[in-house]
Structures are given as structure tokens and as C-alpha cells.
Design a protein around this ligand. Structure first.
Ligand code: ZN
Length: 400
């Protein structure tokens, strides 16, 4: 529904502008269709999420009157939405080719055509059109946003930054998160090329765009670790965990190493207090491994058992089965392990908090909705009893 309303925006804006325009001008006859009952019928179909019927209405309107820009704009967008990009492109190209368009109308048509090209994967053409819009001073914000999308897609981070800065100057504050990630991308490239100083400069810039940028802190931590500066890395990692404990699993191995080599604290005590603050599977496994080293299998299994009575946690269950060492039950445990490992490997570990997209690995930008910083680790579910797999107690209790 929201998507459909978005589709209506250019039409509504254009027709609103048109209506105002018409009332101020004497020669009204040029745009008769906007007040036509069919036009509103078409809009109603859109609002009712019946785009096919809306298309029928608008096609008929367009046949009757070749001139009305709004109808063609609506049709073009509908075709694109339905995946008929070629038809959308033809309609919008025809509009753009007209030499009697008002600047605002040209702005809408060019923007829509640019969207068609993007949808068709013709990014070069789309980029040119959006650039043209900027030169004309039309559809400024939307053209910049579309360009940002293109540069993200093509991983052209420097140009992405140029566009993002213009958006920021327009007062679009949300773009700062994306800017920080563009910088992080550049930092990663520099890091991989061995240009550490350049990488650090990008990271500093990233944090000045978004001072809560976890990704920049993580990269900085990596650089510090490589330099052997474990104490400073540890400060950084503790800062990340304080800011957002859900990132703990992401940095756990580095955190453990920096604690072992750079911290004075007891590793096990620190893991334990972190785990109690916010239980999560990876932390539990790390803690259990530490307990196992120091106190043996039995103590580690006991720790896991406590956790597993509360959470449906497959990673914990795998370790539990591996370490519990009951020789009599060995065969049953082997069978169980095969299945649990299989399930654990298939389960998504991350989910986008904006659109629900699930993944096995962290994504800084959601591949589905393209938002930055919305993908988070899934927490294991607290245990309840699913009806279909309730324990088969009833049979045991039946009289012999
Ligand atoms: Zn998403």
C-alpha cells in the first residue's frame, strides 16, 4: 500500500500544481483530463490496490487525449511497477520529447524515465538523466537520492559521498549513516591495499559523520590488533559492547584476544558478566569453552544445561551434546547431533529490523530494503512448547 501511495506522489503533485496553474491562467483548455471522472476512478483503483484496473482506465484516457501529462505519468509508473519497463520507458521518452512541457512537468517526466532506466539496469543512462535534473534545478532531492542509490549499487563510494554531501546540505540528516558506511567501504579498500594511514583517515571521517558507527570502530580495532596495540583495541571493543551489546558476537574472537593479551582482568569473569548482562549463543559458547578449559567437561555441560532450559539455542545444544559424554547414549546423541548441526547451519542468524530480510551473515546494508545498519543478530527464542512436538507424556501415564 505504501508503495502505491508513493507512486501517486508525482501524479498528485503534478496535478495539484496543474490545478493551481490552471486557475491562475485563463487558457484552461490544455488539460481537460485532470478533472475527468475517469481520472479519479483510476486513482481510486490505485488506492484500492487494483493497478491493472487503473491501467485500463488510464490507457483509455490516454487514447482520448494525447496531451494530458498526468495520465501519461501515471501510466508510465504503473507499467514500471508491473515490470513492463519497456512500455514505461516509451511513455516517459515520449513525454520528455515534447517541447511544450512546463519545467515542472519535464522534471517529473525526466525523473520517472530515470527510474525506468534504473529498473532496467541501465545505470549510465539513469545517471545522465538525474545529472540533467540537477543542472536544471528540478527534482533536486529525489534526483540526488536516486544518484546515491546508483553509486551504492556500483560501489562508487567517492561519488556517493559527493552526492550524500549535497543531500546533507539540503537538510537530509539520515544520510549521515550512509556517509559513514561509504567511508568505511573506502577504509576497507585502503586497508586491503595495505594503506593503513589512509584507512584510518577514512575511519576518522566516518566517525565524524556518525559517531556511533560500529563498523568504523570494528575496523579501527582490526588495525590496532594488527599493530599489536591490544590495550587500545580492548578499550574500543568494550565501547562497542557498551553502545550496542548485540554486536558482541561480531567482535567476540577479537575481544577475547585483546582481553587475553591486553587486559588485566580475568577473561572468564568478564565473559560471564557480559553473558549475564545479555545472554547470546556465541558468548555462551565462548564462556563454556573457558569453563571447560579450567574445570572440565562436567562444569561446562552444567553451564550449557542452565542456558538451554531457557532458550531454544541450537549452537549451545551442539556443544552440549558434544561434551556431555554419556557413553550409553552415544548412538542416540550421534544421530541427534547430525540433525541439529544440519538445522543450525541452515537457520538464519541475522534479520533486518526494517523489512524482516533474514541472512546467515551480517550485512551493513540490507540487501532487500537497502537501508544501512538495520541488520541485527537474531536472539534465540525463549523456550515454550510447540503443540505439535509436546512431550509424549500421555502415553506413559496410561494405565498398564
Ligand atoms: Zn531490510
Amino acid at each position: 500500500m505504501t508503495e502505491l501511495l508513493f507512486l501517486l506522489l508525482p501524479i498528485a503533485a503534478a496535478s495539484g500544481w496543474f490545478a493551481a496553474r490552471r486557475s491562475e491562467r485563463a487558457k484552461v483548455a490544455a488539460a481537460p483530463q485532470i478533472g475527468h471522472p475517469s481520472f479519479f476512478r483510476g486513482l481510486n483503483y490505485l488506492l484500492d490496490e487494483q493497478p491493472d484496473k487503473a491501467i485500463d482506465v488510464f490507457v483509455k484516457l490516454a487514447e482520448v487525449d494525447q496531451e494530458t501529462v498526468e495520465v501519461h505519468l501515471a501510466l508510465g509508473s504503473l507499467f514500471r511497477r508491473r515490470g513492463e519497463v519497456d512500455r514505461a520507458i516509451r511513455i516517459h521518452q515520449n513525454l520528455v520529447a515534447r517541447d511544450n512541457l512546463e519545467p515542472e512537468q519535464r522534471g517529473f517526466a525526466l525523473y520517472e524515465l530515470g527510474q525506468d532506466y534504473m529498473r532496467a539496469g541501465l545505470f549510465d543512462r539513469a545517471e545522465r538523466l538525474f545529472g540533467e535534473l540537477l543542472e536544471l534545478g528540478l527534482q533536486r532531492r529525489r534526483a540526488l537520492e536516486a544518484l546515491a542509490e546508483i553509486y551504492q549499487q556500483e560501489r562508487e563510494w567517492v561519488r556517493g559521498l559527493e552526492v550524500a554531501e549535497q543531500l546533507e546540505a539540503l537538510g537530509v540528516e539520515s544520510v549521515r549513516t550512509a556517509m559513514a558506511h561509504y567511508r568505511c567501504e573506502l577504509a576497507e579498500q585502503a586497508f586491503e591495499a595495505g594503506e593503513i594511514e589512509r584507512a584510518e583517515a577514512h575511519l576518522e571521517a566516518a566517525r565524524s559523520s556518525d559517531r556511533r558507527c560500529v563498523r568504523a570502530s570494528m575496523l579501527q580495532g582490526e588495525i590496532l590488533m594488527r599493530r599489536g596495540d591490544y590495550a587500545r583495541a580492548l578499550v574500543l571493543y568494550r565501547g562497542i559492547v557498551r553502545q550496542d551489546p548485540s554486536f558482541m558476537p561480531e567482535i567476540l574472537p577479537q575481544f577475547v584476544t585483546s582481553l587475553e593479551r591486553g587486559g588485566q582482568t580475568d577473561l572468564r569473569a568478564e565473559l560471564e558478566s557480559l553473558y549475564l548482562g545479555r545472554p547470546n549463543p556465541m558468548l555462551l559458547v565462548a564462556l563454556a569453552e573457558r569453563v571447560r578449559e579450567q574445570q572440565g567437561d562436567e562444569a561446562a555441560v552444567e553451564l550449557l544445561r542452565t542456558h538451554l532450559t531457557q532458550y531454544a539455542d541450537l549452537a549451545g545444544l551442539v556443544r552440549f551434546l558434544e561434551w556431555q559424554g554419556d557413553q550409553d547414549a552415544a548412538d542416540a546423541i550421534d544421530v541427534t547431533l547430525v540433525i541439529v548441526r544440519h538445522l543450525a547451519a541452515r537457520l538464519p542468524a541475522y534479520q533486518c529490523q526494517n523489512c524482516g530480510f533474514t541472512a546467515r551473515h551480517i550485512h551493513w546494508q540490507c540487501p532487500s530494503c537497502k537501508r544501512w545498519d538495520t541488520v541485527r543478530l537474531l536472539q534465540p527464542e525463549p523456550l515454550g512448547t510447540a503443540a505439535w512436538c509436546a512431550p509424549a507424556v500421555a502415553a506413559d501415564k496410561s494405565p498398564a
